[in-house]
Design a protein around this ligand. Structure first.
Ligand code: ATP
Ligand code: MG
Length: 566
Protein backbone atom coordinates (compact mmCIF):
# COMPACT_ATOMS: atom_id res chain seq x y z
CA UNK A 1 0.00 0.00 0.00
CA UNK A 2 1.34 3.38 -0.99
CA UNK A 3 1.58 6.22 1.49
CA UNK A 4 2.55 8.85 -1.05
CA UNK A 5 -0.05 11.24 -2.35
CA UNK A 6 -0.96 10.32 -5.93
CA UNK A 7 0.17 12.59 -8.78
CA UNK A 8 -3.09 14.47 -9.21
CA UNK A 9 -4.40 15.22 -5.75
CA UNK A 10 -7.48 16.85 -4.32
CA UNK A 11 -8.90 17.44 -0.86
CA UNK A 12 -10.34 13.92 -0.66
CA UNK A 13 -7.09 12.24 -1.64
CA UNK A 14 -5.36 14.42 0.94
CA UNK A 15 -7.72 13.20 3.66
CA UNK A 16 -7.09 9.62 2.58
CA UNK A 17 -3.34 10.11 2.50
CA UNK A 18 -3.55 11.41 6.07
CA UNK A 19 -5.72 8.47 7.18
CA UNK A 20 -3.15 6.09 5.71
CA UNK A 21 -0.40 7.84 7.65
CA UNK A 22 -2.22 7.65 10.95
CA UNK A 23 -3.34 4.09 10.29
CA UNK A 24 -6.96 5.03 10.97
CA UNK A 25 -8.42 2.25 8.84
CA UNK A 26 -5.63 -0.22 9.33
CA UNK A 27 -4.18 1.11 6.06
CA UNK A 28 -7.18 -0.13 4.15
CA UNK A 29 -9.00 2.06 1.57
CA UNK A 30 -12.46 1.02 0.47
CA UNK A 31 -14.88 3.24 -1.45
CA UNK A 32 -18.18 2.57 -3.18
CA UNK A 33 -20.35 3.90 -5.97
CA UNK A 34 -23.98 3.59 -4.81
CA UNK A 35 -26.48 4.34 -7.60
CA UNK A 36 -30.19 4.00 -7.11
CA UNK A 37 -31.43 1.86 -10.02
CA UNK A 38 -34.14 4.31 -11.03
CA UNK A 39 -32.66 5.63 -14.26
CA UNK A 40 -29.65 5.52 -16.54
CA UNK A 41 -26.32 6.92 -15.41
CA UNK A 42 -25.30 10.38 -16.63
CA UNK A 43 -22.06 12.35 -16.81
CA UNK A 44 -22.45 13.43 -13.19
CA UNK A 45 -22.36 9.79 -12.20
CA UNK A 46 -19.28 9.37 -14.39
CA UNK A 47 -17.56 11.96 -12.20
CA UNK A 48 -18.51 10.02 -9.09
CA UNK A 49 -17.48 6.69 -10.63
CA UNK A 50 -14.09 8.03 -11.74
CA UNK A 51 -13.55 9.52 -8.30
CA UNK A 52 -14.47 6.43 -6.29
CA UNK A 53 -12.85 3.84 -8.53
CA UNK A 54 -9.96 6.21 -9.22
CA UNK A 55 -9.20 6.54 -5.50
CA UNK A 56 -9.36 2.78 -5.06
CA UNK A 57 -6.89 2.45 -7.93
CA UNK A 58 -4.53 5.14 -6.65
CA UNK A 59 -4.36 3.72 -3.12
CA UNK A 60 -4.44 -0.01 -3.93
CA UNK A 61 -7.88 -0.17 -2.40
CA UNK A 62 -11.24 -1.48 -3.48
CA UNK A 63 -14.42 0.08 -4.78
CA UNK A 64 -17.83 -1.58 -4.63
CA UNK A 65 -20.64 -1.09 -7.08
CA UNK A 66 -23.66 -1.18 -4.80
CA UNK A 67 -27.23 -0.70 -5.85
CA UNK A 68 -29.09 1.44 -3.40
CA UNK A 69 -32.36 -0.34 -4.06
CA UNK A 70 -34.31 0.60 -0.95
CA UNK A 71 -37.23 2.25 -2.74
CA UNK A 72 -39.33 -0.51 -4.31
CA UNK A 73 -41.52 1.66 -6.48
CA UNK A 74 -39.21 3.30 -8.99
CA UNK A 75 -36.60 0.62 -9.44
CA UNK A 76 -36.21 -1.79 -12.31
CA UNK A 77 -33.94 -4.52 -13.60
CA UNK A 78 -33.45 -2.64 -16.89
CA UNK A 79 -31.75 0.15 -14.94
CA UNK A 80 -29.59 -2.31 -13.01
CA UNK A 81 -28.35 -3.82 -16.27
CA UNK A 82 -27.63 -0.48 -17.91
CA UNK A 83 -25.72 0.75 -14.86
CA UNK A 84 -23.52 -2.37 -14.76
CA UNK A 85 -22.87 -1.96 -18.45
CA UNK A 86 -21.93 1.73 -18.09
CA UNK A 87 -19.51 1.16 -15.20
CA UNK A 88 -17.76 -1.64 -17.10
CA UNK A 89 -17.65 0.43 -20.28
CA UNK A 90 -15.91 3.23 -18.39
CA UNK A 91 -13.25 0.63 -17.65
CA UNK A 92 -13.75 -0.04 -13.95
CA UNK A 93 -13.71 -3.37 -12.19
CA UNK A 94 -16.04 -4.08 -9.30
CA UNK A 95 -15.52 -7.83 -9.33
CA UNK A 96 -17.84 -10.45 -10.77
CA UNK A 97 -21.08 -9.22 -9.17
CA UNK A 98 -22.40 -5.92 -7.89
CA UNK A 99 -23.79 -5.61 -4.36
CA UNK A 100 -27.36 -4.74 -3.41
CA UNK A 101 -28.65 -2.79 -0.42
CA UNK A 102 -31.70 -5.06 -0.47
CA UNK A 103 -29.42 -7.94 0.58
CA UNK A 104 -29.04 -6.15 3.91
CA UNK A 105 -32.74 -5.68 4.67
CA UNK A 106 -32.51 -8.23 7.49
CA UNK A 107 -29.57 -6.48 9.11
CA UNK A 108 -31.32 -3.14 8.79
CA UNK A 109 -34.46 -4.55 10.34
CA UNK A 110 -32.58 -5.98 13.32
CA UNK A 111 -30.71 -2.72 13.76
CA UNK A 112 -34.08 -0.96 13.94
CA UNK A 113 -35.31 -3.37 16.63
CA UNK A 114 -32.11 -2.71 18.53
CA UNK A 115 -32.63 1.07 18.33
CA UNK A 116 -36.16 0.60 19.69
CA UNK A 117 -35.04 -1.49 22.64
CA UNK A 118 -32.22 0.94 23.42
CA UNK A 119 -34.71 3.83 23.46
CA UNK A 120 -33.34 5.41 20.26
CA UNK A 121 -36.40 4.90 18.06
CA UNK A 122 -40.19 5.01 18.33
CA UNK A 123 -43.25 4.34 16.25
CA UNK A 124 -45.07 7.53 15.41
CA UNK A 125 -48.79 7.40 14.55
CA UNK A 126 -49.17 11.04 13.61
CA UNK A 127 -50.50 11.74 10.13
CA UNK A 128 -48.03 12.94 7.52
CA UNK A 129 -49.64 16.36 7.80
CA UNK A 130 -49.17 16.51 11.59
CA UNK A 131 -45.58 15.37 11.28
CA UNK A 132 -44.89 18.14 8.79
CA UNK A 133 -46.45 20.74 11.04
CA UNK A 134 -44.58 19.55 14.12
CA UNK A 135 -41.22 19.40 12.36
CA UNK A 136 -40.76 23.16 12.81
CA UNK A 137 -38.82 25.38 10.41
CA UNK A 138 -35.27 26.55 9.87
CA UNK A 139 -35.89 29.28 12.44
CA UNK A 140 -38.26 27.59 14.88
CA UNK A 141 -37.82 24.29 16.73
CA UNK A 142 -40.08 21.30 16.17
CA UNK A 143 -42.62 19.86 18.62
CA UNK A 144 -42.45 16.43 20.17
CA UNK A 145 -44.92 13.92 18.79
CA UNK A 146 -47.58 12.80 21.32
CA UNK A 147 -46.37 9.24 20.57
CA UNK A 148 -42.73 10.01 21.38
CA UNK A 149 -43.13 8.65 24.93
CA UNK A 150 -44.27 5.16 23.92
CA UNK A 151 -42.52 2.39 25.85
CA UNK A 152 -39.90 0.23 24.15
CA UNK A 153 -42.23 -2.76 24.42
CA UNK A 154 -45.09 -0.96 22.74
CA UNK A 155 -42.79 0.36 20.01
CA UNK A 156 -41.43 -3.12 19.38
CA UNK A 157 -44.93 -4.59 19.18
CA UNK A 158 -46.11 -1.88 16.76
CA UNK A 159 -42.98 -2.13 14.62
CA UNK A 160 -43.46 -5.87 14.30
CA UNK A 161 -47.08 -5.30 13.35
CA UNK A 162 -45.86 -2.89 10.67
CA UNK A 163 -43.54 -5.59 9.39
CA UNK A 164 -46.30 -8.19 9.45
CA UNK A 165 -48.53 -6.10 7.21
CA UNK A 166 -51.11 -5.26 9.86
CA UNK A 167 -51.15 -1.53 9.04
CA UNK A 168 -51.83 0.39 5.84
CA UNK A 169 -49.27 2.57 4.05
CA UNK A 170 -48.49 5.85 5.78
CA UNK A 171 -50.47 5.00 8.93
CA UNK A 172 -47.29 4.98 11.02
CA UNK A 173 -43.52 5.30 10.68
CA UNK A 174 -40.53 4.37 12.76
CA UNK A 175 -38.52 7.43 13.74
CA UNK A 176 -35.13 7.90 15.32
CA UNK A 177 -35.43 9.59 18.71
CA UNK A 178 -32.90 12.38 18.63
CA UNK A 179 -33.90 16.01 19.21
CA UNK A 180 -36.96 17.88 17.91
CA UNK A 181 -35.24 21.17 18.77
CA UNK A 182 -32.04 20.51 16.83
CA UNK A 183 -30.98 23.40 14.60
CA UNK A 184 -30.42 20.75 11.91
CA UNK A 185 -33.86 19.66 10.69
CA UNK A 186 -32.41 16.31 9.64
CA UNK A 187 -31.80 15.55 13.30
CA UNK A 188 -35.42 16.20 14.36
CA UNK A 189 -36.38 12.58 14.74
CA UNK A 190 -35.98 11.53 11.10
CA UNK A 191 -38.15 8.70 9.78
CA UNK A 192 -36.15 5.51 9.36
CA UNK A 193 -38.77 2.94 8.28
CA UNK A 194 -42.02 3.38 6.41
CA UNK A 195 -44.84 1.07 5.39
CA UNK A 196 -45.05 0.39 1.67
CA UNK A 197 -47.11 -2.50 0.41
CA UNK A 198 -45.13 -2.74 -2.81
CA UNK A 199 -43.27 -5.41 -4.78
CA UNK A 200 -39.51 -5.00 -4.79
CA UNK A 201 -37.54 -5.88 -7.93
CA UNK A 202 -35.39 -8.31 -5.94
CA UNK A 203 -37.12 -9.17 -2.66
CA UNK A 204 -40.59 -9.48 -4.16
CA UNK A 205 -43.31 -9.27 -1.51
CA UNK A 206 -41.20 -10.43 1.46
CA UNK A 207 -41.26 -6.92 2.94
CA UNK A 208 -43.97 -4.35 3.33
CA UNK A 209 -41.78 -1.97 5.31
CA UNK A 210 -38.76 -0.36 3.72
CA UNK A 211 -35.85 1.56 5.26
CA UNK A 212 -35.44 5.24 4.38
CA UNK A 213 -32.39 6.06 2.29
CA UNK A 214 -30.78 8.14 5.05
CA UNK A 215 -31.05 5.21 7.45
CA UNK A 216 -30.07 2.51 4.99
CA UNK A 217 -27.06 4.17 3.45
CA UNK A 218 -24.77 4.44 6.51
CA UNK A 219 -25.59 0.84 7.43
CA UNK A 220 -24.75 -0.35 3.91
CA UNK A 221 -21.42 1.45 4.11
CA UNK A 222 -20.65 -0.01 7.52
CA UNK A 223 -21.56 -3.58 6.53
CA UNK A 224 -19.23 -3.36 3.55
CA UNK A 225 -16.50 -1.85 5.74
CA UNK A 226 -16.30 1.21 3.52
CA UNK A 227 -13.65 3.58 4.79
CA UNK A 228 -14.53 6.76 2.89
CA UNK A 229 -18.13 7.28 1.86
CA UNK A 230 -17.93 9.92 -0.83
CA UNK A 231 -21.09 11.72 -1.89
CA UNK A 232 -22.33 15.01 -3.29
CA UNK A 233 -22.75 18.21 -1.27
CA UNK A 234 -26.51 17.95 -0.79
CA UNK A 235 -25.79 15.23 1.78
CA UNK A 236 -23.70 17.51 3.97
CA UNK A 237 -26.62 18.20 6.33
CA UNK A 238 -27.22 14.47 6.60
CA UNK A 239 -23.74 13.79 7.90
CA UNK A 240 -24.65 14.34 11.60
CA UNK A 241 -27.36 11.69 11.27
CA UNK A 242 -24.97 9.38 9.39
CA UNK A 243 -22.54 9.62 12.31
CA UNK A 244 -25.25 9.49 15.01
CA UNK A 245 -26.71 6.28 13.61
CA UNK A 246 -23.40 4.48 13.20
CA UNK A 247 -22.30 5.54 16.70
CA UNK A 248 -25.51 4.15 18.25
CA UNK A 249 -25.14 0.86 16.40
CA UNK A 250 -21.46 0.59 17.32
CA UNK A 251 -22.31 1.28 20.98
CA UNK A 252 -24.80 -1.57 20.83
CA UNK A 253 -22.16 -3.88 19.41
CA UNK A 254 -23.95 -4.24 16.09
CA UNK A 255 -21.12 -2.59 14.16
CA UNK A 256 -17.39 -2.61 14.55
CA UNK A 257 -15.12 0.39 14.57
CA UNK A 258 -13.53 2.15 12.77
CA UNK A 259 -16.72 3.51 11.24
CA UNK A 260 -16.92 4.86 7.69
CA UNK A 261 -16.52 8.57 7.19
CA UNK A 262 -18.75 10.57 4.88
CA UNK A 263 -17.03 13.17 2.67
CA UNK A 264 -18.93 15.50 0.36
CA UNK A 265 -17.81 17.03 -2.93
CA UNK A 266 -19.42 19.35 -5.47
CA UNK A 267 -21.56 17.67 -8.10
CA UNK A 268 -20.85 18.08 -11.78
CA UNK A 269 -22.94 20.65 -13.62
CA UNK A 270 -22.41 20.76 -17.35
CA UNK A 271 -23.52 23.66 -19.54
CA UNK A 272 -26.26 23.21 -22.19
CA UNK A 273 -27.56 20.02 -20.63
CA UNK A 274 -29.29 18.65 -17.54
CA UNK A 275 -27.77 16.14 -15.13
CA UNK A 276 -30.69 14.86 -13.13
CA UNK A 277 -32.30 11.49 -13.56
CA UNK A 278 -35.72 12.97 -12.99
CA UNK A 279 -35.29 15.42 -15.87
CA UNK A 280 -33.68 12.83 -18.12
CA UNK A 281 -36.64 10.50 -17.54
CA UNK A 282 -38.93 13.33 -18.65
CA UNK A 283 -36.95 13.83 -21.85
CA UNK A 284 -37.37 10.13 -22.63
CA UNK A 285 -40.99 9.59 -21.62
CA UNK A 286 -42.22 12.81 -23.21
CA UNK A 287 -40.48 11.93 -26.46
CA UNK A 288 -38.08 14.88 -26.67
CA UNK A 289 -35.34 12.37 -27.53
CA UNK A 290 -35.41 8.89 -29.04
CA UNK A 291 -34.45 7.07 -25.86
CA UNK A 292 -31.95 6.84 -23.03
CA UNK A 293 -29.13 6.26 -25.47
CA UNK A 294 -30.04 9.05 -27.85
CA UNK A 295 -26.65 10.53 -28.82
CA UNK A 296 -27.82 13.96 -27.60
CA UNK A 297 -28.41 12.67 -24.08
CA UNK A 298 -25.77 13.27 -21.38
CA UNK A 299 -26.26 9.66 -20.28
CA UNK A 300 -23.25 7.37 -20.43
CA UNK A 301 -25.11 5.21 -22.95
CA UNK A 302 -25.92 8.33 -24.98
CA UNK A 303 -22.40 9.70 -25.21
CA UNK A 304 -21.14 6.21 -25.93
CA UNK A 305 -23.50 5.93 -28.89
CA UNK A 306 -22.42 9.41 -29.91
CA UNK A 307 -18.85 8.11 -30.25
CA UNK A 308 -17.22 9.20 -27.01
CA UNK A 309 -14.54 6.86 -25.74
CA UNK A 310 -14.10 5.78 -22.10
CA UNK A 311 -10.61 7.29 -22.20
CA UNK A 312 -12.00 10.70 -23.14
CA UNK A 313 -14.62 10.58 -20.38
CA UNK A 314 -12.06 9.53 -17.77
CA UNK A 315 -9.72 12.24 -18.94
CA UNK A 316 -12.53 14.80 -18.68
CA UNK A 317 -13.27 13.71 -15.12
CA UNK A 318 -9.62 14.04 -14.22
CA UNK A 319 -9.38 17.52 -15.69
CA UNK A 320 -12.48 18.88 -13.92
CA UNK A 321 -11.06 17.73 -10.60
CA UNK A 322 -12.88 17.53 -7.30
CA UNK A 323 -13.80 20.50 -5.14
CA UNK A 324 -16.10 21.57 -2.33
CA UNK A 325 -17.77 24.40 -4.22
CA UNK A 326 -20.48 24.05 -6.87
CA UNK A 327 -19.56 25.23 -10.34
CA UNK A 328 -20.54 24.85 -13.96
CA UNK A 329 -18.23 23.05 -16.37
CA UNK A 330 -18.31 24.23 -19.96
CA UNK A 331 -19.42 21.66 -22.50
CA UNK A 332 -16.49 22.68 -24.69
CA UNK A 333 -14.11 21.02 -22.23
CA UNK A 334 -15.82 17.68 -22.79
CA UNK A 335 -15.59 18.26 -26.53
CA UNK A 336 -11.93 19.13 -26.20
CA UNK A 337 -11.29 15.81 -24.43
CA UNK A 338 -12.95 13.72 -27.11
CA UNK A 339 -11.20 15.59 -29.93
CA UNK A 340 -7.88 15.06 -28.24
CA UNK A 341 -8.50 11.33 -27.92
CA UNK A 342 -9.97 10.75 -31.37
CA UNK A 343 -7.23 12.81 -32.98
CA UNK A 344 -4.83 10.09 -31.86
CA UNK A 345 -6.91 7.05 -32.72
CA UNK A 346 -9.52 7.81 -35.41
CA UNK A 347 -8.57 6.92 -38.98
CA UNK A 348 -9.07 9.72 -41.50
CA UNK A 349 -11.42 9.10 -44.38
CA UNK A 350 -13.18 11.23 -46.96
CA UNK A 351 -16.93 11.67 -46.87
CA UNK A 352 -19.10 14.28 -48.53
CA UNK A 353 -22.02 15.36 -46.38
CA UNK A 354 -23.82 17.81 -48.68
CA UNK A 355 -22.89 16.62 -52.14
CA UNK A 356 -22.30 18.76 -55.21
CA UNK A 357 -21.52 16.90 -58.44
CA UNK A 358 -18.28 17.71 -60.19
CA UNK A 359 -17.34 16.46 -63.65
CA UNK A 360 -13.68 16.52 -64.64
CA UNK A 361 -14.23 17.18 -68.32
CA UNK A 362 -10.70 16.34 -69.48
CA UNK A 363 -10.56 13.04 -67.53
CA UNK A 364 -11.47 10.10 -69.82
CA UNK A 365 -14.89 8.61 -69.20
CA UNK A 366 -13.72 5.00 -68.93
CA UNK A 367 -10.67 5.75 -66.81
CA UNK A 368 -10.21 5.29 -63.09
CA UNK A 369 -7.21 5.08 -60.81
CA UNK A 370 -6.28 4.59 -57.19
CA UNK A 371 -4.52 7.19 -55.11
CA UNK A 372 -2.61 6.79 -51.87
CA UNK A 373 -4.18 8.31 -48.78
CA UNK A 374 -2.66 8.47 -45.29
CA UNK A 375 -4.80 6.85 -42.60
CA UNK A 376 -3.67 8.94 -39.68
CA UNK A 377 -0.94 11.57 -39.79
CA UNK A 378 -0.78 11.37 -35.95
CA UNK A 379 -0.04 7.67 -36.07
CA UNK A 380 2.50 6.48 -38.67
CA UNK A 381 1.72 2.87 -37.77
CA UNK A 382 -1.80 3.33 -39.14
CA UNK A 383 -0.39 3.16 -42.69
CA UNK A 384 -2.16 4.18 -45.85
CA UNK A 385 -4.98 3.08 -48.14
CA UNK A 386 -6.09 3.48 -51.75
CA UNK A 387 -8.93 5.77 -52.72
CA UNK A 388 -10.49 5.54 -56.19
CA UNK A 389 -10.63 8.57 -58.49
CA UNK A 390 -12.74 8.93 -61.63
CA UNK A 391 -14.35 11.49 -63.94
CA UNK A 392 -17.41 12.21 -61.77
CA UNK A 393 -16.88 13.22 -58.17
CA UNK A 394 -18.78 14.72 -55.28
CA UNK A 395 -17.43 17.65 -53.34
CA UNK A 396 -18.94 19.51 -50.41
CA UNK A 397 -21.56 22.07 -51.50
CA UNK A 398 -20.14 24.55 -48.98
CA UNK A 399 -16.74 24.33 -50.65
CA UNK A 400 -17.98 26.24 -53.67
CA UNK A 401 -19.27 29.77 -53.97
CA UNK A 402 -20.19 31.43 -57.20
CA UNK A 403 -19.51 34.92 -55.88
CA UNK A 404 -16.94 34.32 -53.18
CA UNK A 405 -16.49 36.89 -50.43
CA UNK A 406 -12.97 38.11 -49.74
CA UNK A 407 -11.88 35.52 -47.20
CA UNK A 408 -13.40 32.53 -48.97
CA UNK A 409 -10.45 30.64 -50.42
CA UNK A 410 -12.13 27.49 -51.61
CA UNK A 411 -13.52 26.77 -55.06
CA UNK A 412 -15.08 29.49 -57.24
CA UNK A 413 -15.47 30.03 -60.98
CA UNK A 414 -12.07 30.19 -62.67
CA UNK A 415 -10.24 29.26 -59.50
CA UNK A 416 -7.78 26.39 -59.00
CA UNK A 417 -7.77 24.24 -55.82
CA UNK A 418 -6.30 20.90 -54.76
CA UNK A 419 -8.35 17.73 -54.41
CA UNK A 420 -6.81 15.94 -51.46
CA UNK A 421 -4.37 13.16 -52.45
CA UNK A 422 -5.44 13.69 -56.10
CA UNK A 423 -4.96 16.64 -58.47
CA UNK A 424 -5.24 20.36 -58.90
CA UNK A 425 -8.51 21.19 -60.58
CA UNK A 426 -9.90 24.42 -62.02
CA UNK A 427 -13.57 25.34 -62.12
CA UNK A 428 -14.51 26.13 -65.74
CA UNK A 429 -18.29 26.14 -65.78
CA UNK A 430 -21.20 26.25 -63.36
CA UNK A 431 -24.35 24.33 -64.30
CA UNK A 432 -27.57 25.58 -62.75
CA UNK A 433 -31.13 24.46 -62.50
CA UNK A 434 -32.89 26.75 -64.97
CA UNK A 435 -35.95 27.26 -62.82
CA UNK A 436 -34.47 27.64 -59.35
CA UNK A 437 -31.05 28.99 -60.19
CA UNK A 438 -29.52 26.41 -57.85
CA UNK A 439 -26.01 25.22 -58.70
CA UNK A 440 -26.34 21.53 -59.61
CA UNK A 441 -23.00 20.65 -61.14
CA UNK A 442 -19.51 22.01 -61.71
CA UNK A 443 -17.44 21.35 -64.79
CA UNK A 444 -13.75 21.36 -64.03
CA UNK A 445 -10.47 20.42 -65.66
CA UNK A 446 -7.58 18.73 -63.94
CA UNK A 447 -3.85 19.06 -64.38
CA UNK A 448 -2.43 15.52 -64.83
CA UNK A 449 1.02 16.73 -63.73
CA UNK A 450 -0.23 17.42 -60.20
CA UNK A 451 -0.98 13.79 -59.32
CA UNK A 452 -0.70 13.21 -55.56
CA UNK A 453 -1.48 16.87 -54.92
CA UNK A 454 1.70 18.78 -55.79
CA UNK A 455 2.53 20.92 -58.74
CA UNK A 456 5.96 20.42 -60.36
CA UNK A 457 6.12 24.08 -61.39
CA UNK A 458 5.73 25.12 -57.79
CA UNK A 459 2.46 27.06 -58.21
CA UNK A 460 0.38 27.25 -55.09
CA UNK A 461 -3.32 26.86 -54.39
CA UNK A 462 -5.07 28.22 -51.34
CA UNK A 463 -7.42 25.34 -50.57
CA UNK A 464 -7.50 21.56 -50.41
CA UNK A 465 -10.90 19.96 -50.71
CA UNK A 466 -12.05 16.46 -49.83
CA UNK A 467 -14.06 14.52 -52.37
CA UNK A 468 -15.33 11.06 -53.27
CA UNK A 469 -15.64 9.30 -56.58
CA UNK A 470 -19.35 9.20 -57.41
CA UNK A 471 -19.43 5.71 -58.83
CA UNK A 472 -17.34 4.19 -56.02
CA UNK A 473 -18.83 5.99 -53.04
CA UNK A 474 -21.12 4.31 -50.53
CA UNK A 475 -24.40 5.97 -49.74
CA UNK A 476 -24.90 6.62 -46.05
CA UNK A 477 -26.86 8.68 -43.58
CA UNK A 478 -25.26 11.20 -41.23
CA UNK A 479 -26.79 12.61 -38.08
CA UNK A 480 -25.43 15.92 -36.95
CA UNK A 481 -26.11 17.04 -33.42
CA UNK A 482 -26.31 20.37 -31.72
CA UNK A 483 -26.77 20.89 -27.99
CA UNK A 484 -30.07 19.59 -26.63
CA UNK A 485 -30.76 22.98 -25.02
CA UNK A 486 -30.34 26.53 -26.25
CA UNK A 487 -29.28 27.97 -22.89
CA UNK A 488 -26.25 27.12 -20.73
CA UNK A 489 -28.48 26.50 -17.70
CA UNK A 490 -31.72 25.02 -19.02
CA UNK A 491 -34.76 26.37 -17.19
CA UNK A 492 -32.78 28.98 -15.29
CA UNK A 493 -35.12 31.76 -16.38
CA UNK A 494 -38.49 30.11 -16.85
CA UNK A 495 -38.19 27.43 -14.17
CA UNK A 496 -39.05 24.74 -16.73
CA UNK A 497 -36.01 23.23 -18.41
CA UNK A 498 -38.19 21.92 -21.24
CA UNK A 499 -38.87 25.45 -22.44
CA UNK A 500 -35.19 25.68 -23.43
CA UNK A 501 -35.10 22.56 -25.58
CA UNK A 502 -33.28 23.16 -28.88
CA UNK A 503 -35.71 22.37 -31.71
CA UNK A 504 -32.76 21.96 -34.10
CA UNK A 505 -30.59 19.63 -32.08
CA UNK A 506 -30.73 16.93 -34.78
CA UNK A 507 -30.03 17.29 -38.50
CA UNK A 508 -30.22 14.18 -40.64
CA UNK A 509 -28.31 14.26 -43.91
CA UNK A 510 -29.24 11.64 -46.47
CA UNK A 511 -27.66 10.77 -48.76
CA UNK A 512 -24.10 11.43 -47.79
CA UNK A 513 -21.34 9.78 -49.83
CA UNK A 514 -18.43 8.08 -48.12
CA UNK A 515 -15.33 6.51 -49.62
CA UNK A 516 -15.56 2.76 -50.30
CA UNK A 517 -12.96 1.80 -47.66
CA UNK A 518 -15.76 2.20 -45.10
CA UNK A 519 -17.60 -0.83 -46.47
CA UNK A 520 -18.41 -3.22 -43.61
CA UNK A 521 -17.67 -0.78 -40.77
CA UNK A 522 -19.19 -2.01 -37.54
CA UNK A 523 -21.22 0.04 -35.05
CA UNK A 524 -18.99 1.89 -32.63
CA UNK A 525 -16.12 2.43 -35.08
CA UNK A 526 -14.94 6.01 -35.10
CA UNK A 527 -13.49 8.00 -38.00
CA UNK A 528 -12.44 11.48 -38.77
CA UNK A 529 -14.28 12.60 -41.87
CA UNK A 530 -11.62 14.95 -43.17
CA UNK A 531 -12.56 18.58 -42.53
CA UNK A 532 -16.07 17.58 -41.32
CA UNK A 533 -15.60 16.20 -37.84
CA UNK A 534 -15.35 12.95 -35.94
CA UNK A 535 -18.03 10.41 -36.75
CA UNK A 536 -18.99 7.07 -35.33
CA UNK A 537 -20.97 4.22 -36.86
CA UNK A 538 -24.43 4.02 -35.28
CA UNK A 539 -26.11 0.70 -34.38
CA UNK A 540 -28.92 1.67 -36.81
CA UNK A 541 -26.52 0.69 -39.59
CA UNK A 542 -27.87 -2.05 -41.85
CA UNK A 543 -26.07 -4.23 -44.37
CA UNK A 544 -27.02 -1.91 -47.19
CA UNK A 545 -26.63 1.43 -45.49
CA UNK A 546 -24.23 2.91 -42.99
CA UNK A 547 -25.52 5.39 -40.42
CA UNK A 548 -23.11 7.82 -38.77
CA UNK A 549 -23.32 10.06 -35.72
CA UNK A 550 -21.20 13.14 -35.65
CA UNK A 551 -19.41 12.89 -32.33
CA UNK A 552 -17.91 16.37 -32.46
CA UNK A 553 -16.88 18.90 -35.07
CA UNK A 554 -13.31 19.86 -35.92
CA UNK A 555 -12.46 23.47 -35.34
CA UNK A 556 -13.93 25.45 -38.20
CA UNK A 557 -12.00 28.65 -38.97
CA UNK A 558 -14.48 29.75 -41.62
CA UNK A 559 -17.37 29.58 -39.19
CA UNK A 560 -15.29 31.70 -36.82
CA UNK A 561 -14.63 34.33 -39.46
CA UNK A 562 -18.33 34.42 -40.35
CA UNK A 563 -19.23 34.81 -36.71
CA UNK A 564 -16.73 37.63 -36.27
CA UNK A 565 -18.17 39.41 -39.31
CA UNK A 566 -21.67 39.25 -37.86
P1 ATP B 1 -29.89 12.51 -9.78
O1 ATP B 1 -29.78 13.75 -8.96
O2 ATP B 1 -29.47 12.66 -11.20
O3 ATP B 1 -31.22 11.84 -9.67
P2 ATP B 1 -28.87 10.90 -7.76
O4 ATP B 1 -27.87 11.53 -6.89
O5 ATP B 1 -30.26 10.78 -7.25
O6 ATP B 1 -28.82 11.56 -9.19
P3 ATP B 1 -27.87 8.30 -7.34
O7 ATP B 1 -28.16 7.07 -8.09
O8 ATP B 1 -28.34 8.42 -5.95
O9 ATP B 1 -28.43 9.49 -8.22
O10 ATP B 1 -26.32 8.66 -7.45
C1 ATP B 1 -25.28 7.77 -7.24
C2 ATP B 1 -24.06 8.55 -6.89
O11 ATP B 1 -23.73 9.47 -7.92
C3 ATP B 1 -24.27 9.35 -5.64
O12 ATP B 1 -23.15 9.17 -4.79
C4 ATP B 1 -24.37 10.76 -6.12
O13 ATP B 1 -23.88 11.66 -5.15
C5 ATP B 1 -23.52 10.74 -7.37
N1 ATP B 1 -23.94 11.79 -8.30
C6 ATP B 1 -25.18 11.97 -8.79
N2 ATP B 1 -25.22 13.07 -9.57
C7 ATP B 1 -23.96 13.58 -9.60
C8 ATP B 1 -23.35 14.72 -10.24
N3 ATP B 1 -24.03 15.53 -11.01
N4 ATP B 1 -22.03 14.91 -10.03
C9 ATP B 1 -21.33 14.07 -9.27
N5 ATP B 1 -21.83 13.00 -8.64
C10 ATP B 1 -23.14 12.74 -8.79
MG1 MG C 1 -30.36 10.07 -5.25
Amino acid sequence: MTEEAPKSSDFIREIITEDLKTGKYDRRIHTRFPPEPNGYLHMGHAKSICLNFGIAGDFSGKCNLRFDDTNPEKEEQEYVNSIIDSVRWLGFDFGPEPLYASDYFDVMYHAAEYLITAGHAYVDSQTAEEMRENRGTLTSPGKDSPFRGRSADENLRLFREMRDGRHPDASMVLRAKIDMASPNINMRDPAIYRIKHAEHHRTGSIWCIYPMYTYAHPIEDAIEKITHSICTLEFEDQRPFYDWLLERLAEGGLLQRPLPRQIEFARLNLSYTVLSKRKLIQLVTEGHVRGWDDPRMPTISGIRRRGYTPEAVRNFCERIGVAKRDSMVDLSLLEFCIREDLNKRAPRVMAVLRPLRMVITNYPEDQEEELDAINNPEDPAAGSRKVPFSRVLYIERDDFQENPPKQFFRLAPGREVRLRYAYYITCERVVKNEQTGEVVELHCTYDPKTRGGDSPDGRKVKATLHWVSAKHALRAEARLYDTLFITPEPGEESGDFRKDINADSLTVLDPVHVEPSLEGSVPGSTYQFERMGYFCVDPDTTRGKLAFNRTVTLKDTWAKIQKAQK
